[in-house]
Design a protein. Sequence first.
Length: 166
Amino acid sequence: MQLIKQAIPNKVLPLKTKTKTYTLLTLVLGIWGVIGYKILSAVNPTSPEFVEQNLDVSFNPKARKETDTFSIKPVNRDPFLGTLLIKKKTITKNPKHKTTVVWKPIIYHGNVSNQNGKTKVFIISIDGQQHLIKPGQVINEVKLIKGNSKSVLLSYKGVRKNISKS
């Protein structure tokens, strides 16, 4: 028993702390009451009363007004910079008549290079004859411009053509 008496002292709280306690208690109960009321009113809403009115409604379309017409004119002045816009005149050249070049039968077989891989020699058949050609070399009016392992670019009578490996 003595232990229980020692654990719960018989002290009386001063009046200031009781007033604060009661004030806070009423404030907390008020807030929880408002929260509870909002929850209950959301769960069980009251339905509004509807009053039926007898209205005699008839459809009277409005007269259609004439639409306003407008036209768009070209703008000669830049609205942001205030400068005049000048259209560039296109100069039309007389197109030169292109003569179609009939290519000789050409087949690209592949390339050969040395161990360093600096110089490449391409194997090309022109008119059924195989030739070993380096870039820039001309054989039978056919010039090898450039090439790789998949295709070569050739020039014949001023016309370029890309020929892929067969």
